[in-house]
Design a protein around this ligand. Structure first.
Ligand SMILES: [Zn+2]
Length: 381
């Protein structure tokens, strides 16, 4: 995508660290600018939220085409859920879903993220070259170390992955995903392995007492990624997130356990913890040491998602990615002078940049709630 976008986005609201405040933003030749570019269109955002680079800090991109699965009503530990699901995966309905090529499965996960306005996603799994293609309309973090979990990974693998990590190449691991004693003990295990420091990012952390967070983990620089809809679904519990304030990011996990997309997670956190959700969403690039410039920094490529008044993907007004208008409400895309392809998202008409439409058409697995108009057939009679 190489058309250079110039526009002014007025009457939006951006997060200042404590609250949303009115803002006018300007883009000149695809970059944030101090002044309105001459002769460029002005878009009235009508008080919508303007969010800088949106990060989904935890996903399993290749698992988003599975149905939400919970063989038992409630679990005390995700290790038991993993064991139950492992047995299910050989049943024909799951085996059919497993049989799709990795690229097709991962593409479905990327499409889910793009259609929720996410710009960066952190994969939990083995790095695969498909994830890091520049042609994607989204970035997948390539600089990471990982181990699946304290309960599934061999201790020496956890230790080795952590040893390879740096400040800008963090070590991600599922930990304390439960409400029982086993979950809390996983933190003792990580401590014994020497794996709790500023390079460590724990996923879930439901079973960690608030005192451990404030007295040990936060002082060491450990970060948490919260996936609230997954925790509520499997464990009927959430981590002690207030204790993690300032060292927190938000992830979706996959739809095998999550209820939808990043906005479902944000709404779940807003319900339980209020403004902490907005803090965590905005803090992710810094908290995780990601190569993302400060929000709206003049001279950097314009990336943002405009959403409102509701907080669902159907309320997304506009998504800009690295200086391009990727998709949005038809009236806004048309005001920007972008040639578009029509589509429908959760019954709302949207308009897509043609290259995004072409990229989505590569999908062989359908995104529920999304329909792309077929290209007109050119006939000669
Ligand atoms: Zn996960």
């Amino acid at each position: 995508m190489n058309s250079r976008l110039s526009a002014s986005l007025v009457n939006g609201r951006r997060w200042d660290g404590h609250a949303f405040i009115p803002c006018n933003l300007h883009i000149a030749a695809g970059r944030w600018s101090e002044r309105p570019p001459r002769g460029a269109p002005t878009l009235d955002l009508a008080g919508a939220h303007v969010l800088p680079t949106l990060v989904n800090a935890h996903d399993h991109l290749e698992l988003n085409h599975y149905p939400r699965t919970r063989p038992r009503e409630q679990y005390a530990n995700a290790a038991d859920w993993a064991q139950d699901v492992n047995a299910l995966l050989d049943q024909p309905s799951y085996a059919r879903l497993r049989a799709h090529p990795y690229e097709a499965k991962a593409h479905a996960g990327l499409v889910k993220n793009v259609l929720s306005g996410v710009h960066w996603v952190i994969q939990h799994g083995k790095p695969h070259p498909y994830l890091f293609q520049r042609a994607h309309s989204i970035r997948v973090l390539s600089a990471y170390e990982w181990a699946h979990s304290v309960y599934l990974s061999a201790p020496q693998d956890v230790q080795r992955a952590h040893a390879r990590a740096t400040h800008n190449r963090r070590f991600y691991v599922h930990a304390a995903e439960g409400t029982d004693a086993r979950a809390a003990q996983e933190i003792d295990t990580l401590e014994r392995l020497g794996c709790l420091d500023e390079r460590t990012v724990l996923i879930h952390g439901v079973g960690i007492p608030a005192q451990t967070v404030t007295q040990t983990l936060k002082p060491r620089g450990v970060t948490l990624v919260a996936c609230p809809t997954t925790n509520a679904y499997l464990l009927s519990a959430l981590p002690t997130l207030t204790a993690w304030r300032g060292a927190l990011a938000i992830g979706t996990d996959s739809r095998l356990t999550a209820s939808g997309d990043l906005w479902d997670e944000v709404r779940a956190l807003l319900d339980s913890f209020g403004a902490l959700a907005w803090e965590a969403l905005h803090a992710a690039p810094h908290a995780l040491g990601l190569p993302i410039p400060p929000a709206f920094a003049v001279g950097t490529p314009a990336t943002c998602t405009v959403i409102g008044p509701g907080l669902t993907r159907g309320n997304i007004q506009l998504v800009l990615f690295e200086g391009q208008a990727l998709w949005g409400q038809p009236a806004l895309m048309s005001a920007l002078g972008v040639r578009t392809v029509p589509a429908t998202l959760d019954s709302t008409p949207i308009a897509l940049h043609p290259l995004l439409a072409r990229w989505i058409r590569r999908a062989t697995l359908e995104e529920s709630g999304f329909t792309l108009s077929q290209p007109a057939v050119r006939r000669w009679w």
